[in-house]
Design a protein around this ligand. Structure first.
Ligand code: PMP
Length: 443
């Protein structure tokens, strides 16, 4: 019998072990997406679903953009793959030059990966190797933060602060510590934009320095805005303080901008938005509108120079991926960046911010809504869990919204929204109208 790759295996969901999914539950009532265009998905039962999450915080230019499709198609026909080590292809270099132009001053080199998780591992390894290259090999400690999400590889879950991502996987990386998270609902509930309270939590870094010794600490990694644990915006003054303390002690500051880079908050990066420049900045997702897997780790000239002038000119940074700067990912990224420029998408969230915040705060007073947070085109809507049923109510709202033609994301008891940046004001109204109805429908 010959294998026919086009033969359908109708409705057989058996073989695929799905990521971050309760597989048994899902396969009883699957939700499958079969097409996408602009602001909408099409579900397998033929319904239009308004995309309130830009896929997974990544399709910032909207779905099915012809310019990206054509760029990927053309590259697939011209150069399907080029070896990534000791070789290259011209577009990778052009793209690198283009991307660093959008970074804050001083961040001027980029290392390509295939995902946010890999961008994080790359950042952590660069931080460790940087100190070693400069003769400060005692700096091996990494500091993350509670409620941080930095992907799912071992470095990322070690510096990350989500118990479910950590507890099944043994001892994790040694020499890691965590700052406290900045979620202070008792002080900051129902604040649009940056919360007023919590800058002092950055001073906990001084406590860790006193405990461990600055000369043992390589880097601090935080999401400037924590997305996956519920849209936690940095308290006013917090990032500035973190920058000050890390600089004072020779500790590198890493911003994980896998969600925030490329326009989510209304600027090219959260670093630019908050006026705080890290030493290393990780990205992925919207870098190429999620058309082809890609991540990228950006570093300052000072970090790059340390490797270029380091002791062994044949080794430098011994790290990379078969698919680093894959031609198709680069083609998608170049076309995406051009779309962002041509359509002003990197600052569009700023233009829509007031309307978005009004819409978010129209949910105030709905049953079970205990906090609302927003900035740019992102929002977190926190629901009170039913006693003993953490996360269940929010998940039921997610199911209800999907049934009503709206895709939202839930993380624990928090609904997260991050629509494509092309969203129109009328669609914002539609999104929140449907969401309000879904929240009301769930007891
Ligand atoms: N860091 C952050 C801040 C993220 O939000 C994510 C993904 N949501 C990652 C890292 C991991 O990215 P990926 O899933 O592409 O590995």
């Amino acid at each position: 019998m010959t294998f026919d790759p086009h033969a359908p295996v109708a409705n057989d969901l058996t073989a695929f072990w799905m990521p971050f999914t309760a597989n048994r539950q899902f396969k009883g009532a699957p939700r499958l997406l079969v097409a996408a265009e602009g602001m909408h998905y099409t579900s397998h039962d033929g319904r239009a679903i308004l995309d309130g999450t830009a896929g997974l915080w990544c399709v910032n230019a909207g779905h099915g953009r012809r310019e990206i499709v054509e760029a990927v198609r053309a590259m697939a026909g011209q150069l399907d793959y080029a070896p990534a080590f000791q070789m290259g292809h011209p577009l990778a270099f052009d793209l690198a030059n283009r991307l660093v132009q959008g970074m804050p001053e001083g961040i001027d080199h980029v290392f390509f990966t295939n995902s946010g998780s890999e961008a994080v591992e790359t950042a952590l390894k660069i931080a460790l190797a940087y100190h070693r290259t400069r003769g400060e090999g005692s700096r091996t400690r990494l500091i993350g933060r509670e409620r941080g999400y930095h992907g799912v590889n071992f470095g990322g879950i070690s510096v990350g602060g989500i118990v479910n991502n950590r507890r099944l996987f043994g001892g994790l990386l040694g020499g890691v510590d965590h700052l406290p998270h900045t979620h202070l609902p008792e002080r900051n509930a129902f604040t649009p934009g940056q919360p007023a309270h919590g800058a002092h939590l950055a001073d906990e870094l001084e406590r860790l320095v006193a405990l461990h010794g600055a000369e043992t600490i390589a880097a601090v990694i935080v999401e400037p805005m924590a997305g996956s644990t519920g849209v936690l915006l940095p308290p006013r003054g917090y990032l500035e303080r973190l920058r000050e303390i890390t600089a004072k002690h020779g500790i590198l500051l890493i911003f994980d901008e896998v969600i925030t880079a490329f326009g989510r908050l209304g600027s090219a990066t959260a670093a630019e938005h908050f006026g705080v420049t890290p030493d290393i900045l990780t990205t992925a997702k919207a870098i190429n509108n999620a058309a082809v897997p890609m991540g990228a780790t950006f570093v300052t000239g000072a970090i790059h120079d340390a490797f270029m002038t380091g002791p062994d000119h044949l080794i430098e940074l011994f790290h990379g991926y078969t698919y680093s700067a894959h031609p198709l990912a680069c083609a998608a990224a170049m076309a995406t960046q051009e779309l962002y420029r041509a359509e002003g998408l990197l600052t569009r969230a700023r233009d829509l911010e007031a309307a978005w915040a009004d819409a978010v705060f129209s949910l105030k007073g709905l049953p079970h809504v205990i906090d609302l947070r927003c900035m740019g085109l992102i929002a977190g809507i926190e629901l009170e869990p039913r006693p003993g049923e953490a996360g269940k109510r929010a998940f039921e709202v997610f199911l209800k919204a999907y049934e009503m033609g709206l895709l939202i994301r839930v993380t624990g008891d928090i609904i997260a929204l991050s629509p494509p940046l092309i969203i129109e004001p009328g669609q914002i109204d539609q999104l929140f109208g449907t969401l309000a109805e879904a929240i009301r429908a769930v007891p």
